[in-house]
Ligand binder design. Structure first.
Ligand code: UTP
Length: 235
């Protein structure tokens, strides 16, 4: 199966880099690769991105400049996963969908951070899944699925076991896109998921080690985003 995986910075580097988690993630990726899955990976910037964006904002940097700093942070985290993957990955974070797809076809695991200002790595992962014709897109976040509201702010929020991509889009449509934005999936990413018709899973960090089973069809504790209408590849 061809799978695009997005690891939030909040998982791999919640405050400082979590070396054990990065090592475990690389182990899981290596195992999946050995089982002939084709993998493409995107890494988020987490708190490092937000801290640097916050500082740049205080220094009156433009939105675009703050975004660029955020992208730098995502690539910094991407480099740590690349270090853990060794020869399975390219030496540097890949910056284009084409480059990532070509690396995957060469048998590598391409690791991307962000690309251009104006969105988060959620949109990068959704775009990469579309561009690479992935069968599945998986987000690992510090929240274990999609909730009716942010469960950190609203204890009565309920988790969706399954939802359509249109429901996801409606849920996040009101989120304002500013540097360092926090939403379970950013609205641009949700829009790409909706139009591409790619099946998507939103999972918590505790599911990373179960990924192989989940790809094999086992249940999970997160949210399945079901394509509104399954469109053929390339349509
Ligand atoms: P992240 O992708 O890390 O945000 O991008 P996130 O998904 O909310 O965070 P985690 O890692 O899952 O916790 C951080 C910031 O970097 C800029 C944006 O400002 C974004 O908010 N960014 C990132 C871009 O401008 N373009 C990109 O392609 C990626």
């Amino acid at each position: 199966m061809r799978v695009t995986l997005c690891f939030g910075g909040s998982i791999l580097a919640p405050d400082l880099p979590d070396v054990d988690c990065i090592r475990e993630t690389a182990r899981v990726l290596r195992e999946l690769k050995a089982r002939r899955h084709e993998l493409l990976v995107v890494v988020g910037g987490g708190r490092t991105a937000r801290r640097y964006i916050g500082a740049a904002r205080e220094l009156k940097a433009t939105h675009a400049y703050c975004d660029t700093i955020g992208i730098d942070a995502t690539r910094l985290n991407a480099r740590l996963l690349i270090a853990a993957l060794g020869e399975l990955a390219e030496l540097n974070p890949i910056t284009t969908f084409d480059g990532a797809t070509r690396a995957m076809l060469r048998g590598k695991i391409p690791v991307m951070g962000g690309t251009v200002p104006g969105h988060t790595t959620d949109a990068v992962a959704a775009g990469l899944a579309d561009a690479s014709r992935s069968d599945l897109l998986v987000f690992f976040t510090d929240v274990d699925g999609v909730y009716t509201a942010d469960p950190k702010l609203d204890p009565s929020a309920k988790k969706f076991e399954a939802m359509t991509s249109r429901q996801l889009l409606e849920l996040v449509a009101g989120v304002k896109m500013k540097p360092g934005v926090t939403a379970i999936i950013d609205p641009i990413g949700a829009k790409i998921i909706d139009r591409s018709g790619i099946k998507t899973l939103v999972l918590g960090r505790q599911e990373v080690h179960r990924l192989q089973k989940i790809l094999g069809g086992a249940g999970h504790s997160g949210t399945t985003v079901v394509p509104r209408e399954r469109r053929g590849r390339g349509s």
